[in-house]
Design a protein around this ligand. Structure first.
Ligand SMILES: C[S@@+](CC[C@H](N)C(=O)[O-])C[C@H]1O[C@@H](n2cnc3c(N)ncnc32)[C@H](O)[C@@H]1O
Length: 258
């Protein structure tokens, strides 16, 4: 598909979704006045991540002080079912990060209320909910559907076990619309997991509003922090001491709020 027809197809797909008009306006504005900030500072961010990264096992055992058993070994049946469900799905969506880290940060914080941005198949939601349901807690999720895939909306969260879904509250808008709606329901959170808009500017906006609503002692996590310098800059500007975890050749950043 040529660039022009790709832009035209995306535009038409957005026009069919009035709930996503605010995001369409922002995308047009960004494309005219502020070209994509997806890769801003990628080289320095990757170098920084590599220099301080640890494995998920080391993070869970040395920082969270919890004995590490991989997530898929704790929930083998649910995990197998989830893999089958994903295989049967006719649409291709974004993949999972470290399910173990997501599960254990919820355990560490004894989370009652967690918030995540970016659901797709729902692997991260599955991991967070596996911990939350044991305390009858709630996961609030923000996810803007893939506009170019008509059917994708039907499969958002498809790998989440049915028995967890009564503890799950999903908002199907862009974060700029979803987050204010979620904050009307719950003011503070024990765990934040960011995995949606990966541009530099998107992260910088969301990191601040999410951090402000994280309780002291709570845990903040962002995926793919080597993609650009947003997480590094955010930590440096605010004097946060992050942990970087390498998993599957990618980097996740975690900050425990002091
Ligand atoms: C990488 S996937 C999420 C993967 C998921 N956390 C997991 O572990 O399985 C990113 C998701 O974020 C959504 N997304 C992208 N930009 C967004 C935005 N501005 N607001 C809300 N969701 C967004 C995408 O449509 C996609 O569903």
């Amino acid at each position: 598909m040529s660039k022009v027809s790709e832009i035209a197809t995306t535009f038409v797909a957005y026009l069919k979704r009035p709930d996503l008009y605010p995001e369409l306006r922002r995308k047009i504005w960004k494309n005219i006045f502020n070209r994509s900030s997806g890769l801003r500072g990628k080289e320095e961010a990757e170098k920084w991540c590599k220099s301080i990264a640890v494995s998920e096992k080391d993070f869970i055992e040395n920082i969270l002080k919890i004995n590490f058993v991989p997530f898929e070994k704790i929930f083998p049946q649910e995990y197998e079912n989830a893999l089958h469900l994903q295989e049967k799905t006719p649409v291709k969506m974004g993949g999972a990060g470290s399910l173990s880290v997501i599960y254990y940060i919820n355990e560490f914080a004894k989370s009652q209320n967690s918030i995540e941005t970016g659901v797709a198949y729902g692997w991260s939601s599955f991991a967070a909910l596996a911990s939350l349901v044991s305390r009858n807690g709630t996961l609030y999720s923000s996810d803007m559907p893939y506009v170019l895939q008509n059917q994708s909306e039907d499969f958002v969260g498809c790998v989440i076990p049915e028995k967890y879904k009564s503890n799950w509250d999903l908002y199907r808008f862009a974060d700029k619309e979803s987050l204010p709606k979620i904050f009307e329901k719950t003011k503070t959170f024990d765990v934040v997991h960011y995995d949606s808009d990966k541009t530099y500017d998107g992260r910088m906006w969301a990191y601040k509003v999410l951090w402000d609503r994280l309780r002291k002692g709570g845990v903040f996590m962002s995926d793919d922090v080597g993609d650009n310098a947003a997480f590094k800059d955010y930590c440096e500007q605010n004097n946060h001491k992050p942990h970087i975890i390498e998993f599957d050749g990618k980097f996740a950043g975690v900050i425990i709020k002091e």
